[in-house]
Design a protein around this ligand. Structure first.
Ligand code: PTJ
Length: 250
């Protein structure tokens, strides 16, 4: 175990890094997940390691989509499972979504380890092991989904997705909510709602927005207006401008 003093200026970032390391040790996260984390950290640093206003708006639009959905599904990979398992379970509860494990580097062992890990964090049912559905247009392992999960979802949350699969899911006419710190990544660019924020902040933020909207008694029309007002390109541009401005808001 490590001891990080809370006063350390990059306390949160170091804690997150430690969680990914632990994920690899437990067989939850792939070794490639370490590289993905490093990439994410670089963008997070440039954004000021905070939720920028455009990402908060995106999180609210994502919450509205999830509340309007008939069958929302949250996709979980090895990085997400290591970084915020309890927060994923909480978001699923807040918007009545299914949770499905869906891996870029799929192995039975890692699938099972992640399902168990999510159950340990309070999930009742975790999909992904049946794998009786396919996403058309991508290679076999990455295409595997549950027919009654992502296969038949109308809204999918795909955090830290690779570009090919994000594109293929989008082609299936699903509303795609992507969480990715890189506003220039293909996944962010093809998303219906790109949330340019760290997964550890974005997932609880979407849950908070969903509960706030529900508590305020938002009607279907009001939720549809939030969805219609959201501009994905403007959100990506705002994130890119923040990075270029050295982390300051425009
Ligand atoms: O567990 P698996 O087998 O499904 O593999 C998962 C990874 C993430 C390894 C796999 O999907 C992958 O290789 O992804 P990429 O292509 O490296 O893309 C990861 C994207 O997520 C990059 O654009 C990063 O900037 C971004 N990212 C990394 N960490 C975070 C993040 N975005 C939000 N929050 C993070 N903590």
């Amino acid at each position: 175990d490590i001891e990080i003093p809370e006063s350390h200026p990059r306390y949160q970032s170091l804690l997150t890094r430690h969680r990914i390391e632990e994920g690899v040790e437990k067989g939850i996260t792939s070794r490639q997940g370490l590289i993905a984390q490093g990439r994410g950290e670089a963008f997070d640093y440039l954004l000021g390691e905070r939720t920028i206003p455009s990402a908060d708006e995106a999180a609210r639009a994502a919450a509205a989509h999830l509340l309007l959905a008939d069958h929302p599904v949250i996709s979980v990979n090895g990085n997400v499972a290591a970084l915020c398992p309890g927060e994923i379970v909480d978001l699923a509860e807040a918007v009545d979504a299914d949770i499905e494990v869906n891996l870029f580097n799929r192995t039975d062992e890692r699938m099972r380890a992640i399902v168990d890990h999510l159950r340990d964090h309070g999930a009742d049912e975790v999909k992904g092991l049946t794998a009786d559905g396919r996403i058309p247009g991508i290679d076999h392992e990455r295409a595997k989904v549950d027919a009654d999960g992502i296969g038949s979802a109308d809204v999918v949350v795909v955090p830290l997705e690779d570009g090919d699969r994000a594109e293929a899911l989008g082609a299936m006419d699903k509303v795609e909510i992507v969480v990715d710190l890189n506003p220039m990544s293909r996944s962010a660019r093809v998303a219906t709602v790109p949330i340019v924020d760290n997964i550890v902040r974005a997932v609880p933020n979407v849950a908070t927005h969903a509960r706030d909207l529900r508590d305020a008694g938002a009607t279907r029309e009001e939720l549809e207006a939030i969805v219609a007002d959201f501009d994905a390109d403007a959100a990506l541009d705002a994130a890119e401008r923040t990075i270029r401005a050295g982390g300051d808001d425009e």
